[in-house]
Write a protein that binds this ligand. Structure first.
Ligand SMILES: [Zn+2]
Length: 415
């Protein structure tokens, strides 16, 4: 194996490519709006495809519109080392979420070309369709099909608010590919991403070695009491659904705090009926989002919530209907991929820490079918899914350098 110690990506080129891509769907406040399978998404895909062709890659598109740009390996029959992320954004998204992982992958390919490096395994840069789930729910649906979590028919039939399906929109923008989705060997998958949280920046660490991703339980809760006049109804006789909801918000927060620092517990949505200033609320709809990397703790949080909810409901005389609508199992990323990332960061001399991903990523579904891990870099004030999302060029370069080393570690290489 040749010396890899002095290997470096071209940070300026990666930054320039990010800024060029950010012009597609640029918003006034400096962010990006590129919803999945819109004309703007097509433009960003076309630009990526052109850059990959210029870098000598061959391109393939699968039936979910996932793009794979391949740099041949010395033994091209070996399964590829895959890296990538997504090009779609939230409606008021930033310039780095997703696109950083895609273009860092491209920068790895460009660097290998510059250095005339031959890898044993082929290297492929992937763009996953509709990661954000903003236009078509659920999120990460196309990597989910690749990872065997959803079937193809389910993926293609997801519809936006106007009833247009992913299948139709893929046809329309010319990205309904021929390849089967998944079902092929992947030697390893790495995804570089901004942290989308404040930990790395606060601790002045440049690289996050992502060991796990939070398990998640999502619930919907309806509390039903009795609507009545805010004047004539004495306090003792009220069945106030909003009072119950307020207590549930407290309960959920206290469960999160009890299992801190890694647990997260959120009530993010509240709908009050009839939402009138002089009516005691008779019905409240609310959502609960629990996250923890340990399934047992997640189950404990569930139990605590159910017990607390029963007390609240009994105390006020409400009825409740609790539904767990979604469950993501916690992900423990592959040890060999995690070590490849750690070693890459060490070789570069970057400050680093292990970190758990609080958000879902395409990597979470890839982990079902390939040894997988992620590389986080900080973002300013931990802000993401926001037009002001930002990152320092040196963080972006560092993430690219670690990705390069991790990819080479798995792909095997000869000068
Ligand atoms: Zn993302």
């Amino acid at each position: 194996m040749p010396e890899t110690k002095n290997l470096s990506i071209d940070g300026g080129r990666l930054w320039d490519s990010l800024m060029e891509m950010a012009k597609i769907g640029a918003t006034e406040k400096g962010g990006c709006c590129r919803l999945a399978l819109t004309d703007l998404d097509k433009q960003s895909r076309d630009l990526f495809a052109q850059w990959c062709k210029d870098a000598g890659c061959t391109l393939r598109v699968d039936k979910m519109g996932n793009i794979f740009a391949r740099r041949a390996g010395r033994n091209d029959a070996l399964p590829p080392v895959l890296t990538g992320s997504h090009l779609d954004t939230q409606p008021t998204g930033g310039r780095f979420d997703g696109v950083f992982g895609v273009l860092a992958g491209l920068e790895v390919v460009r660097t290998l070309n510059d250095l005339d490096y031959e890898t044993d395994h082929p290297v492929e840069v992937a763009v996953w369709t509709n990661e954000e789930g903003s236009r078509f729910a659920p999120a990460m649906v196309a990597s989910g099909v690749f990872g065997g979590v959803f079937d193809l028919e389910y993926g293609l039939s997801r519809a936006d608010s106007e009833g247009k399906t992913m299948g139709e929109e893929l046809e329309r923008i010319g990205y309904a590919g021929e390849d089967e989705v998944g079902g092929r060997d992947v030697h390893a998958y790495f995804e570089a991403h901004i942290e989308q949280g404040p930990i790395l920046e606060a601790e002045e660490k440049t690289i996050g070695i992502v060991t796990d991703a939070q398990g998640q339980r999502w619930y919907e809760l309806i509390l039903t009491g009795v609507e009545s006049h805010a004047g004539p109804t004495p306090m003792a006789r009220r069945k106030d659904a909003l009072l119950g909801a307020a207590k549930v918000v407290q309960l959920v927060n206290s469960i999160g705090l009890k299992h801190a620092p890694v647990a997260c517990a959120t009530v993010g949505m509240l709908e009050v009926h009839p939402n009138s200033r002089n009516v005691i609320p008779g019905r409240v709809f609310l959502t609960i989002d629990f996250r923890h990397p340990d399934d047992d703790v997640l189950a404990t949080m569930d139990k605590e919530m159910r017990a607390g909810l029963q007390e609240i409901v009994d105390g006020i005389g409400l009825e409740s209907e609790l539904d767990q609508i979604f469950y993501y199992a916690p992900i423990h990323f592959d040890e060999t991929c995690v070590s490849a990332v750690r070693k890459g960061a060490e070789d570069c001399g970057y400050s680093m820490r292990e970190i758990v991903s609080g958000a879902g990523h395409d990597a979470c579904y890839l982990a079902n079918v390939a040894p997988t891990s992620m590389i986080f870099v900080p973002c300013i004030d931990g802000i993401s899914h926001n037009e002001i999302e930002d990152a320092k060029p040196e963080w972006i370069t560092a993430g690219g350098n670690v990705l390069l080393r991790a990819v080479l570690e798995k792909a095997g290489h000869a000068a």
